[in-house]
Design a protein around this ligand. Structure first.
Ligand code: AMP
Length: 285
């Protein structure tokens, strides 16, 4: 069997522009999959999706410091570039864009995108600077890679809404597409942060998915969201989570108040802390 080819890695904007120019010269379409590394099957599914949509799949790996608050897990965020590159070779990513912090934020960097709208509430309440950091780095990634489409997981549902809003508001010349959440067989959404879980916490964690699925089912069957949310919060705490930041039922496009009577799609979202790990998840109604 032939050895797998190594995936091409570029670390400077200049090298990236050369590679993208060559793709465009050949008439190739480009899909971008932004990640922070520590890749798992969820990320690789996004790369497969990119291949279905475009000729070239570009994956960025950048642990973006500006989306972490000082008390958050930037310094201990899992990093494994060699492992990531091997995984990306297995799904035949065309190019990996892996700048260092100085390349992304050179001396004198002073421009920041400040999203409101979908960025308000939920994660925006608990992590007030998070979506500003996400929007700014994604805007940079989009103008660096100039993809036709960028693919994000529904796992980070509010992030997906914020980025669709940014692209719409700023007339950025690309389309944002969401891809379904990949889960373990017991329902736990794959996340780079799952490596933080102790065996006991890992055994308890699927209660998140179970509880929000129950909320979605209850709302579908006509039960008011408030009662279903209360039941879910109690179940999550009883299972051993230390804190529930929110269980919420929202409009799936605007993340504003959900009015099931208007026939609009809804979404149930949760964030909760177990031990030292904060997990998020969501399901459609
Ligand atoms: P991250 O590296 O955690 O910032 O995630 C990079 C991209 O992968 C984001 O678009 C995430 O929404 C997506 N992603 C993370 N976990 C999953 C998952 N379990 N299923 C699908 N996409 C995911």
């Amino acid at each position: 069997m032939a050895a797998k080819a190594n995936v091409q890695v570029v670390r400077t904007v200049a090298e990236l522009r050369d590679a993208v120019r060559a793709y465009r010269k050949a008439g190739d379409s480009i899909a971008l999959v932004p990640t922070m590394g520590a890749l798992h099957r969820g990320h690789l599914a996004l790369v497969d999706y990119a291949h279905q949509r475009c000729r070239r799949a570009v994956v960025s790996i950048f642990v973006n410091p500006t989306q972490f608050a000082p008390h958050e897990d930037l310094s201990r965020y899992p990093r494994d570039e060699a492992g990531d590159l091997a995984k990306l070779a297995s799904v035949t990513a065309d190019l990996v864009w892996a700048p260092n912090v100085e390349e992304m934020y050179p001396e004198g960097f002073a421009t920041h995108i400040c999203p409101t709208g979908a960025a308000r509430g939920l994660e925006g309440d608990i992590r007030p600077h998070h979506f500003g950091g996400v929007a700014t780095v994604c805007c940079k990634l989009f103008s660096q890679v100039t993809p036709d489409i960028a693919i994000f997981g529904e796992k980070d549902f509010q992030q997906l809404c914020v980025l669709k809003q940014m692209v719409r508001d700023l007339n950025l010349p690309l389309v944002i597409e969401g891809a379904p959440t990949i889960r373990e067989s017991d329902g736990l959404a794959l996340s780079s942060r799952n490596v933080y879980l102790t065996p006991h916490e890992r055994a308890v964690a699927p209660v998140l998915f179970k509880s929000i699925s129950d909320v979605a089912e209850a709302v579908r069957s006509g039960i008011g969201p408030a009662a279903a949310i209360e039941t879910a919060v109690s179940a999550i705490l009883a299972a051993g989570f230390a804190r529930v930041d929110y269980v919420a039922v929202k409009d799936a496009e605007t993340l504003s108040h959900y009015d099931g009577t208007a026939g609009r799609p809804g979404r149930v979202l949760v964030a909760a802390v177990i031990g030292k790990t904060r997990l998020i998840d969501n399901v459609p109604i």
